[in-house]
Design a protein around this ligand. Structure first.
Ligand code: SAM
Length: 239
């Protein structure tokens, strides 16, 4: 399988990705702002508006990391479970929640490929900038489908491939030159950021990823491209 800039055995990817996020955890929020010029906040705001969380709903924020999506979801009064494979990311998230005086979030270590939640438990499943890091994406999508109730909704925010002519070239040049430099400068870690950029480049394009979501059993799938698809919101329903 692809580990960004190289191909490695599938059995190694989960551990290698674990290393990346353990390295970046303490600088993760700062780096998101630095590298997206703050834009990730707008993408996340829009994403959560699309999810339309409601008070009383059970929502699973998978690969929830340091809590950016969960904090937004929780404003609606929904019950939010943050699941992530990486304890260092969760640790930062729990600290942020404490600093903001937010309680009521459930934080749990879990691999998106094998969930221990019961069938049909959640009203909505969200995953933001997480799915491309998962080794077995079809398995994660099947698990998302399993833990959703009938009528439950799936939402994924992820980098994709922009279809705006010219913009793709500008973005490629920026990401390949600048992002590892910023990673080195701000987090003393160019390699982790090289992985993150390459993993974006290798991720399936919008039609291919939408097809994977349908293959997992979701219906009425939809794609909303942001910046021509540089980032995309994929969604689907379980019936
Ligand atoms: N959702 C958060 C956000 O938008 O800020 C965090 C996104 S961060 C780029 C990706 C997260 O995916 C990391 O916290 C990483 O630990 C997590 N992750 C990677 N592979 C995973 C897996 N197999 N299961 C669950 N989480 C995983």
């Amino acid at each position: 399988v692809s580990f960004g800039y190289e191909d490695i055995p599938a059995t190694e990817k989960t551990a290698r990705v674990g290393g990346v996020f353990t390295n970046v955890a303490s600088r993760y929020d700062l780096m998101n702002d630095a590298m997206s010029g703050g834009m990730h906040r707008l993408w996340k705001d829009r994403f959560v508006r699309r999810v339309k969380p409601r008070a009383g709903e059970q929502i699973l924020d998978m690969a929830g990391g340091t809590g950016d999506i969960a904090f937004r979801l929780q404003e609606s009064g929904a019950s939010v479970t943050v699941a992530d494979i990486n304890p260092a990311m969760l640790e930062v998230g729990m600290k942020r929640a404490q600093e903001r005086g937010l309680d009521g979030l459930v934080w749990t270590e879990a691999n998106a490929e094998v969930l221990t939640f019961p069938d049909r438990f959640f009203d909505a499943y969200t995953i933001a900038f997480g799915i491309r890091n998962v080794t077995d994406i079809p398995a994660a999508l099947r698990e998302a489908h399993r833990v959703l109730r009938r009528g439950g909704r799936f939402f994924c925010l992820e980098f994709s491939t922009t279809t705006w002519p010219g913009f793709k070239e500008v973005y490629d040049a920026y990401s390949h030159k600048m992002v590892p430099k910023l990673g080195q400068l701000l987090a003393q870690d160019a390699d982790s950021y090289r992985y993150l950029i390459e993993s974006i480049r290798r991720f399936p394009d919008m039609p291919a990823f939408e097809a994977m979501i349908r293959d997992a059993g979701f219906v009425q799938t939809k794609v909303e491209p942001l910046l021509g698809g540089l980032v995309a919101i994929h969604s689907g329903w379980k019936i």
